[in-house]
Design a protein around this ligand. Structure first.
Ligand SMILES: Nc1ncnc2c1ncn2[C@@H]1O[C@H](COP(=O)(O)OP(=O)(O)OP(=O)(O)O)[C@@H](O)[C@H]1O
Ligand SMILES: [Mg+2]
Length: 513
């Protein structure tokens, strides 16, 4: 274990975590972690999926109590019993999965739980607006939350913590739901907050972001600190990756092109409505052939999510035709689509993809169970061994297979879901943000799985906000903007800039005025 290396005097430290231990049934999540964070700095907390980052931050934020160890805030020891305790000591956390109420307005969500019971809406909205402006967080306080994009929701989460006057802000994978320009914007917002005297702890798997945004980094591996307070100015990304995984990671090379076969998925003039009652996308036409990965690039909220839902049969189309392997499936139920070989990896992993209250095993067999219709009884032993096999093949790090799925770390959840969906040898794969939130090895594992699917003849559609990923992995690239396909590109020859231009809408440009 390395001690913090930079010569800071402890008066400058806002956070000192010493020898923190936390055990869950079957897993030691934190095994003597050390973390020191300076005031006025942005500190990266790095580590593979399941390394113990969220657990440590939940301890700092009063969600969990450590089994042992010391928590000091601005030099004073604390024992938090609740998140409210932590907040009154100035520590606020924006969680990996957002915790907002869709039917409430932005302002209501921000002040919820901290305002007197009778609130003057107008006054609150004005106050929220003032605070948002101060940090450059653009939101409309009166807008109902359900209308907001993921990026906007995150701003609400940040404002919620600032509203409670947190001096230490913890952001658990804040950039996984953001576009590249939103990431830059977040970096500036965080810098403003740091300059204002706050400390920020920033968790991310994207090392280039960490290098751009953070001042220092601490790396966890299997619940232990392997490097503390590294100076980001002198530490390169390869070094960080090596510290995280304990060896040099394999850099993905462009996979050899497959020869496409017959069309397996065909969209003809397909249109659908979104949640806000306006067109989510309209007149979409394209085909995906056997042995082909087609990427859908675009800024979030331009119809990609709805498009995936419609193809999966989870949202109705209001015009056009959907053909799978020669058969019109426009009116076919989601269940039947799955049965005929369509796999769907949804963006919202806990909403649609997994049942949070069921055990890991129950979630693992959910799809097989649906598919094979073995009747109401599932033989427990078979289920367990199937689950164990999935967990092993897809590198899911879990403690107790009978434990709730919600106990898995974010990245491990995603691995289980993707593994389960791809296990049934599907002919069409719809993957929405399949590598979001995964560590270096997890990303590679999922990308390899998708390539395997392609090479064995599946038609793969991949939606991602990570343009670099699309450029290296796909055979053809479509850009979606304003619910319309704006262009088709050859990822082997097109420039990032060209695709980026197609992704930017007029609306996007004018909303920054
Ligand atoms: N509430 C819980 N109950 C049981 N086990 C848990 C619980 N929370 C976390 N764990 C386990 O503790 C370990 C560390 O998980 P944690 O969520 O802290 O990882 P992480 O570093 O945040 O990973 P990721 O990058 O995937 O989000 C994992 O093995 C996880 O399964
Ligand atoms: Mg986590």
């Amino acid at each position: 274990m390395t001690q913090p290396s930079s010569p800071t005097d402890s008066g400058q430290l806002s956070i000192e975590l010493t020898d923190i231990w936390k055990t869950f049934p079957g897993v030691v999540a934190n095994a003597g972690v050390e973390l020191a964070v300076r005031r006025r700095s942005i500190h990266a907390l790095l580590g593979e999926n399941g390394a113990g980052k969220s657990t440590l931050m939940n301890i700092l934020a009063g969600v969990y109590r450590p089994d042992s160890g010391e928590v000091k805030i601005h030099g004073l020891p604390h024992q938090f019993r609740s998140p409210a305790d932590a907040l009154s000591a100035g520590v606020g956390m924006v969680h990996q999965e957002f915790r907002l109420i869709p039917s409430f307005s932005v302002a209501e969500n921000i002040v919820l739980g901290s305002a007197p019971s009778i609130i003057n809406n107008r006054q609150v909205e004005n106050d929220v607006e003032d605070m948002a402006r101060k940090y450059g967080l653009k939101v409309d306080p009166a807008q109902p939350l359900w209308q907001l994009s993921m990026g906007e929701r995150q701003k609400v989460e940040i404002l919620k913590v600032l509203w409670r006057d947190a001096q230490v802000l913890i952001l658990d994978e804040p950039t996984t739901v953001l576009t590249p320009s939103e990431v830059d914007e977040l970096g500036e917002i965080l810098r403003r907050m740091a300059n204002d005297g706050r400390s920020i702890i920033f968790i991310s798997h994207k090392l280039h972001e960490v290098s751009g945004i953070c001042d220092e980094a601490t790396v966890l591996r299997q619940g232990e600190t392997v490097a503390g307070s590294l100076d980001m100015a002198t530490t390169d990304q390869n070094e960080l990756a090596r510290l995280m995984v304990g060896s040099s990671p394999v850099i993905a090379a462009r996979p050899a092109a497959a020869t496409p076969g017959k069309p397996l998925l065909e969209l003809q003039n397909l249109s659908a409505m979104g949640d806000r009652g306006v067109d989510a996308f309209s007149d979409v036409n394209f085909r995906i052939h056997s042995g082909e990965i087609v990427g859908i690039a675009g800024v979030a909220g331009n119809g990609q999510r709805e498009l995936a839902d419609v193809i999966a049969g989870l949202r109705p189309s209001n015009n056009g035709t959907l053909i799978m392997d020669g058969t019109d499936i426009t009116a076919v139920s989601a269940h039947r689509r799955f049965q005929s070989g369509l796999a769907y990896i949804p963006e919202d992993r806990l909403g649609v993809g997994l049942a949070p209250r069921l055990s890991i095993t129950d979630n693992a067999i959910l799809r097989v169970y649906r598919q094979q219709r073995r009747g109401p009884f599932i033989i427990a032993e078979k289920a367990l061994s199937y689950c164990a096999d999935l967990v092993k093949r897809f590198g899911v790090r879990s403690g107790d297979p009978d434990g709730p799925i919600a106990a898995l770390s974010g990245g491990n959840l995603q691995r289980l879901l993707v593994g389960r969906e791809l296990d049934g040898k599907p002919s069409v794969v719809i993957a929405s943000q399949p590598t979001r939130g995964l560590d270096v090895q997890g990303v590679k594992a999922i990308q390899d799985l998708l390539l395997d699917q392609r090479n064995s003849g599946a038609a793969v559609m991949m939606i991602s906000e990570d343009l670099d990923e699309l450029l290296t992995l796909t055979d053809r690239l479509l850009v979606m903007e304003g619910g319309v396909i704006r262009g088709e590109f050859d990822p082997r020859t097109v420039s990032r800039h060209e695709v980026g231009m197609a992704m930017l809408s007029d609306a996007q440009a004018s909303s920054h005025s």
